[in-house]
Write a protein that binds this ligand. Sequence first.
Ligand code: GCB
Length: 597
Amino acid sequence: MLTPRTSRSRDIRPLDGLWTFALDHEAGSRPWEAPLAVTRQAPVPASYNDVFTDPGVRDHVGVAWYQRVIDVPATWAGQRIVLRVDAATHAGTVYVDDHRVAGHQGGYTPFEADVTSLVTPGGRARVTIAVDNRLTSATIPPGTVTVDDNGRSRQVYRHDFFNYAGLPRSVRLYTTPIRHLTDITVHTAAADERTATVAYTVGTSGEPDGVAVRLRDEAGAVVATAQGATGELHVARPRLWRPGAPYLYVLEARYGDDGDTYELPVGIRTVEVRGQEFLINGEPFYFTGFGKHEDSAIRGKGHDDALMVHDFELMRWIGANSFRTSHYPYAEEWLDYADRHGIVVIDETAAVGLHLNMAAGRLGYATRPTFSPDAMNDATRDAHAQAIRELIARDKNHPSVVMWCIANEPASAEQGAREYFEPLVALTRGLDDTRPVTFANQGDARYDTDRIADLFDVVCLNRYFGWYADTGDLGAAEAHLEEELRGWAAAYDKPIVFTEYGVDTLSGLHSVLPGPWSEEYQIDFLEMYHRVFDRIPAVTGEQIWNFADFQTTSGVHRVDGNKKGVFTRDRRPKSVARVLKERWTAMRAARAQSGHS
Ligand code: GCB
């Protein structure tokens, strides 16, 4: 799938701004057939939940409606016109005037509709989008909707971040020529320093004749050309895309002499797992950074370029070289920026919460099987497969993406986990055999009880010794962490990346005797983990949970959200930030000295 970009053959009209907004019960039947009453207006891109002061909006379960009138430029006559929604969380149905033009399930990947025959250049059209935030066992992430005694729907889900909904990313109208490019896939390989290969496949709307591609370097000079819908570009003396030192070529694809043109940024790099090493361009890479969220006050998961650039800036300041898109695919702007600035990304699907019995053994709960017909079932797996397909279709060409993470903390020690995951891993590899595949393992599934880790290339661990277990006892936590890590390192000849470890920390709470929630405890906790990591060579990465405090559902475990951030929700550093900056900056300097990126 090609992300909309302008070119000499393509134009874009953003549809961001204020849309008329109504909850389902306020909208009447068939709201797409007439103008909605302008009682509320909701901003796009933004989640709707925290924008208004009405708890009925914040806690709404079900469909909400967005509507606006669009002007179609007269200059677009003779072009193909496409309406694209970057994300409708979690399901979207789109109408142009009275016609339903698209329906999509999955809240974090884009979808689009060819509306050429429904709109008139120089005319107007009414666009209506229904957004449904309900999570069920047939959605990713999964959830359950219950109805309480008062007839009110309630949404249950098994992840802690708030179930923000709406249109959190851009909506756009764009054009292509009628005969147009539909897709581009590139795979890069660098045999040695003298030559690299960019293998490409270009999809076209009609017969694939008249396809030409050329590769330009950053100075604009053409370094390779080829003809045909598939082929190879050979680049002499390639400049590689490296973490911290990115280099981007531009692949320009043309379809017919005066036809469609599309420019795709291309980073030449390789990724490989060898034994317990993670190699980028053949060199060992050690991940430093964070699990993040798309999350901020008021706009919820709404994308904002200023906030994004600031987050990247804070990551650069602190010495992070990577992040994981926990727990869903982020807006494409994140990946474009990561490509441009040399930040490494572990790209995750929205498969979070596939676990009914988290910590049940430890807490003494009764358990019921996670992988069963009335919980995570065939419909869940079908939705999960679709989530993988759409993630890879969208993000396959980003050099910053070095690994697919297909789930966060599934019940991987439970019966049925292997049967559930085996086909999904095969699907992922079938779609992209150039990147390693992983999942983030949860503490109930140890090296001796996990049933699926061998299917994957990298062991990613989320651990909370010293917080949820051994609370306040860092001595015991250190022993338990080390014992478990050594177990994984001995059992699996694979790299281990720590994808979560962290403690809730109330910014401003200080203590001479560091206890949980204090800033001092966060420092002691992270330093303890780092001591252990440094003793175990199989550990090839540390991504702290979380980059910033973020909003969660309300409950007895959280006070206005999850406070495990190294930064507060408004991006102020907690004391630990300087400690991390020192460690990661020193690690970066040591790597640079040894010639590694
Ligand atoms: C986890 C989850 C993450 C939570 C975190 C926590 O294991 O993967 O989504 O936010 O723990 O803070 O409890």
